[in-house]
Write a protein that binds this ligand. Structure first.
Ligand SMILES: Nc1ncnc2c1ncn2[C@@H]1O[C@H](COP(=O)(O)OP(=O)(O)O)[C@@H](O)[C@H]1O
Ligand SMILES: CC(=O)OP(=O)(O)O
Ligand SMILES: [Mg+2]
Length: 757
């Protein structure tokens, strides 16, 4: 098995590793060659002690382990978990970085094996720095050491799959090239010797799994570090690449792992691995450094292009499919497109479709929603233009949760032949998603694997929302590969909340390192409400101060001072503040420990995407209207039907009490400078009884309701009416109902923000 991987060696990999019998230390007589579960996934990992720099020399410790399918598990560190061929045998490969973009599986250039099919070099993968490998059998751990790791695959597809899984980017092609240089790295040195940035390199082309971005990676051998560039423009130049003298120049942006001077002003942002760590669960996670460090931002010199000279060998250029690369850059700034805006709430999924011109407010052409996810049967409603195509269709059988609801919505849109603007999936240019918890993001983000990985870490902080939304994001990326996915955050509107209001009175070191503070939610809605109310009042948004209430399955109140969020009732998570359909809202934090035992344990309903303790489950899913009345339909609660036991009355009065508590507090916090009290959300827009009860209780602050206007003031469904007055004429502060539209707000931002085109 002695073979060398050193550059220039003509040694072949072919023989011994595959043909050798596995020298399994636990078996006296050599076991038969294992039958591997799936030939595509089968791999052989050759381990050799770190001591020896010469790989694969016969040493007493040398062993070959036959591996079956893999799984990538955990975080901090992520581990590649291999199923081995013997029961109880596990091989764990600890990935040195949780950031998938920082891992670079290495394959040699075809010149290192001149007489064979260069594609087969992908069968042999290595990592250039030692990684920790733990190999455990039923008899205990046999090996736990940092070593140089090399995998030898039985199929090229298996290797490509593993590389893609590790990097969370699909390896879509590769190129063996003679030299790579750039506008800041010359091709030759002052003696005319070829130096470039990398020589005799296998460059790999990756497509981000969560966006349409494409990246090139290669090993800059004279600097001994990996480089990764976002490719701007590709297609034309690389079609004819099997020519030694062919040189191309590619537009690129940014560099990962480059030195500061090699970085650019590109959009690449690298996040510290564990932005959010929860002390209760990940005690030792390294989540203290939440700063978003942009290596790119530091650079003075930007690389604008890479020059590439291909190698001559007709075989050499054969990439993953042997054909020329099929690379489609994202559409180049079209002037108009279709935007899909997706709002996954806790009890509904609402999707609106817009035609949009760059820089202009979008025009809605259709809206589909599935509501009642927590109050079955779930029902679908579909409007196209001014026409209600489906008023109410029960879809309970097809729908179990938000992702299913989204699928049903997509089907409805795609199967509607009278929706001419969408002829094919490629017509959709931008899909914007409401993501409830956006951590420290203060503006919408194009979804890349970086943002996606970052957002995944926030799932546990919005247990009824984030994981569902990311499920929909994943589905869109798969089903609409040519569309750009944009994440819009509920929390971003609240980034203006002053420090003394957003701070929790706890140990500040822990608060800072675990990022424990008030974030606030429903912000996309509050942003819409602020602009709509300002327009209605004839004021500039930044001169408008209101107390707005988004009352839906999740309910919150927000004090908006001069157009900006000043305070809001939700906090670190959407649990605090007002009660909701299944949420308790604020309770004494100790309550839960007296409610049930073992509440700190992980709930059995946790999934791989969402880790939720019993305590969180009780307060988020087994409380609120559901717990008090058995229904989550606030319409039925407000109507008080069949309320012999008085549960609904209690729930109604309790809700009014809690809402008024916040209105009073915010009125004082805004020093009485309030232009209007604004009702919004499913309940706020539809329940005249609730509005009447709230306004009556806060009448001492000067609010007054006009009964007639209020009774007629259900704005939802009344086309064209966005804000309606329900207060007494001439009385200030005013009382308004706003038909909030989170989808429109997201689509508007995406249409107006050139960056997303
Ligand atoms: N006529 C009505 N009167 C009062 N509440 C209603 C009425 N119709 C629906 N609702 C309430 O509106 C809530 C849905 O609000 P909405 O903001 O659309 O949902 P989500 O929180 O899922 O985004 C439902 O939970 C329901 O209780
Ligand atoms: C944040 C939140 O609770 O949202 P929703 O009301 O849509 O569930
Ligand atoms: Mg909602």
């Amino acid at each position: 098995m002695a073979t060398s991987w050193r550059s220039g060696s003509s040694s072949s990999f072919t023989s011994s590793a595959l043909s050798a019998q596995p020298s399994h230390p636990q078996h006296a007589s050599p076991p038969p060659l294992p039958s591997l579960p799936s030939p595509d996934c089968a791999a052989i990992c050759l381990l050799t002690p770190r001591l020896s720099r010469k790989l694969f020399e016969r040493t007493p410790n040398e062993m070959t382990v036959y591996l079956g399918p893999w799984e990538i598990v955990g975080s901090n560190p992520r581990r590649l978990l291999w199923q081995c061929s013997y029961a109880g045998e596990v091989l764990e490969h600890f990935l040195p970085s949780d950031n998938p973009n920082e891992l670079f599986p290495h394959t040699l250039h075809a010149q290192h094996r001149r007489f064979g099919d260069p594609r087969e070099l992908e069968l042999y993968l290595s990592f250039q720095e030692p990684h920790r490998i733990r190999y455990t059998t039923t008899d205990g751990t046999l090996h736990d050491e940092y070593i140089e790791v090399k995998y030898e695959f039985t199929t090229i597809e298996g290797s490509i799959q593993l590389q893609s899984d590790i990097r969370k980017r699909d390896l879509i092609d590769w190129f063996d090239v003679d030299v790579v240089w750039s506008d800041v790295h010359r091709r030759t040195d002052s003696y005319g010797n070829v130096r470039g940035l990398g020589t005799i390199q296998r460059m790999k082309l990756w497509r981000d799994r969560y966006s349409t971005f494409h990246y090139l990676t290669f090993y800059a051998n004279h600097r001994r570090r990996w480089k990764e560039y976002l490719v701007d423009d590709f297609e034309r130049e690389l079609r004819q690449r099997d020519d030694r003298h062919k040189r191309v120049q590619l537009g690129v942006r940014g560099a990962r792992r480059g030195s500061a001077s090699e970085s650019s002003q590109g959009r690449e942002r690298r996040f510290a691995t564990s932005i959010f760590s929860r002390s209760s669960r990940h005690n030792h996670s390294s989540g203290t450094n939440g700063n978003t460090t942009s290596s790119a931002a530091q650079g003075a010199l930007g690389i604008r292009y890479l020059g590439i000279q291909f190698s001559r060998n007709t075989n050499v250029q054969a990439g993953t499919d042997g054909k020329s690369v099929i690379y489609r850059s994202t559409p180049l700034n079209p002037c108009s497109t279709i935007i899909l805006a997706v709002n996954a709430g806790s009890s509904s999924v609402k999707v609106s479709v817009y035609t949009a011109q760059r820089g202009e407010p979008p025009t809605q052409i259709a809206e589909v929603q599935v509501s009642g996810l927590t109050a079955p049967p779930a029902a679908l409603k579909y409007e196209r233009g001014d026409e209600t195509v489906i008023e109410h269709r029960e879809v309970d059988e097809q729908v179990n949760g938000q992702t299913d609801a989204f699928r049903v919505i997509l089907e409805t849109l795609v199967n509607d032949h009278d929706l001419p603007s969408i002829k094919s999936k490629d017509d959709i240019g931008i899909i914007c998603h409401r993501i409830v918890h956006g951590g420290d993001y203060t503006k919408p983000q194009l979804v890349s694997d970086g943002t996606y990985t970052h957002l995944e870490k926030l799932n546990d902080l919005a247990p009824l929302h984030n994981a569902n939304s990311l499920g929909i994001v994943r589905l869109c990326i798969k089903d609409f590969p040519s569309a750009r996915s944009v994440a819009c955050f509920d929390s971003q509107f609240h980034s203006t909340i002053p420090e003394h209001i957003r701070t929790y009175p706890i140990n500040q070191e822990i608060a800072r390192s675990n990022r424990l503070r008030k974030y606030g939610f429903h912000g996309i809605s509050y942003s819409f409400i602020t602009r709509a109310a300002a327009e209605f009042l004839g004021k500039k948004p930044d001169e408008t101060s209101i107390i707005a209430m988004h009352l839906g399955s999740g309910a919150s109140v927000c004090a908006i001072k001069d157009g900006k969020s000043w305070d809001t009732s939700m906090g670190l998570t959407p649990l605090s503040g007002l009660p909701g359909a299944t949420r308790s809202g604020s309770v004494d934090p100790s309550l839960v420990f007296h409610y049930a035992s073992d509440v700190g344990k992980l709930s059995p309903s946790s999934t791989k995407d969402l880790h939720i303790s019993r305590a969180e489950e009780i307060l988020n899913k087994e409380a609120g209207w559901k717990a008090l009345t058995g229904t989550t339909n606030f319409g039925a609660i407000a109507a008080g039907d069949h309320d012999e036991r008085g549960d609904k009355r209690l729930a109604f009065d309790l809700f009014v009490d809690r809402i008024c508590g916040f209105v009073g507090a915010y009125y004082v916090s805004l020093r009485g400078r309030v232009d209007a009290l604004v009702f919004a959300g499913g309940i706020g827009e539809r329940s005249d009884r609730l509005r009447a009860a709230v306004v009556e209780q806060v009448a001492c602050l000067g609010f007054a309701l006009d009964r007639d206007r209020n009774d007629a003031g259900t704005v939802t469904g009344r086309k064209g009416v966005i804000v309606q007055e329900v207060g007494k004429p001439g009385v200030t502060p005013r009382v308004l109902v706003c038909r909030t539209d989170e989808q429109f707000e997201m689509a508007r931002i995406c249409a107006e923000e050139g960056e997303f085109w």
